[in-house]
Ligand binder design. Sequence first.
Ligand SMILES: *Cc1c(COP(=O)(O)O)cnc(C)c1O
Length: 498
Amino acid sequence: MSLMYKSTRNSSNKVLASQAVLQGLSNEGGLFVPETIPVLDKTMEQLAAMDYREIAYEVMKLFLTDYTEEELKDCIKKAYDSKFDTAEIAPLKKVGESYYLELFHGATIAFKDMALSILPHLLTTAARKNNIKEEIVILTATSGDTGKAALSGFADVEGTKIIVFYPKSGVSRVQEKQMVTQKGDNTYVVGIHGNFDDAQTGVKKMFNDRELNQKLKEAGYLFSSANSINIGRLVPQIVYYVYSYVTLFKNNQIAKDEKINIVVPTGNFGNILAAYYAKCMGVPIEKLICASNENKVLFDFFHSGRYDKNREFHLTESPSMDILVSSNLERLIYHVANNDSEVTSKRMKALSEKGVYEISEDMKNNLKDFVGGWADASQTMEAIQKEYREHNYVLDTHTAVAASVYYRYRDETKDDTKTVIVSTASPYKFTESVLKAIHTGDLPEDDYEQAKLLKSISNTQIPKAVEELREAPIVHTNECEVDEMPSLVEKILKINEL
Ligand SMILES: *Cc1c(COP(=O)(O)O)cnc(C)c1O
């Protein structure tokens, strides 16, 4: 029997996993959710004998049931290979009394690599299974990080092309360099003269542009997106939660069935939702601690049951968490409403019309596994200083938000359950902010000099991604006005020349 996926906004819309991967969003704008969340069918002892890839298969086969064993294993093998700088893929480091799950060992040294290294393969396999003959063209608008992770994931994947639009003056120097030096004959990077919203709106328009889609089809292309709401990104993220529990068990850090807490630095709510799915699959997880920065819309939601995005937007030192609408929360709303798509639709309509919704007491009761917390700029810096001072371990700014929230939670509740703090980026990705916390003298201006300084004071290796950036030639120089985006796509795909 195949597991079906339903739309959070219309339960009668059901599709297979590969179709959900291809579609991304449902027609009504809802997100696809599994009809039931499967339970692990291997024992802890069996899982303890497996490596990351084998555990990935055991988890993903339960969700992506219309992929064959061979297809899934092939996707996993292509994704979790030497692109990662450690065979463990997601190492778990004991630091003091806590454990950091390091999700930053992939090509762009941040956690989005965990999913974006496999999504291209899940997508091309899904296209093949559903007899789609067109070549897939991924369009992405980025404020910096997702674009690079998507480019690395899709680079040289047969049957795909990827076009990334970024605001020409709206990303950091390092982020821009990472993108314009991207290798791969199927990758295209365009700086637009506008901000991130302009880029995103432009991409959405192209997805909905019938004439453009028809032209594409005639030329043998099909648009798709690598959006974080795709179940092809969510499912691979469940794997590392299972893996981290298995690792604790295997290394005798916990007894059989002992419960653990998980702390996740959160933005769009995708990563922590994967932890919730792992819990539903039977992993003994007690609390899911959701850590926010000053954009603490989720903290307020978990405390009041009211989601309100009408507030000031803060630019912080943890930019990947600067989000006021956490798209993946829609899936949790659906589950705590006992999988009721009408209840969910109503809330999402209120969110898009008024920017606010509230949940019922019953739904609130179903949220008891979650704890919301937040940390401001100085608390975040203090967390980096504390781990460095006490354990000589350097956190990036996102992970530091999680650590700060966790240490205060533990002080206030005296909850001494063993805890995994999810580490979403290498400190070398946010070198300057990290150095400001732990280095007293002047900072060098040059990015690479900063990396060398971080290396010398933290006694860690500079990641390959940072080393390579130094000498990498610039290969993408495309720029355009916002309204020229569609014609540039046609030019890139050589549509009018056919
Ligand atoms: C994307 C990102 C996050 C937020 O993850 P969500 O799944 O959007 O909640 C946190 N930290 C880093 C470094 C990220 O890139």
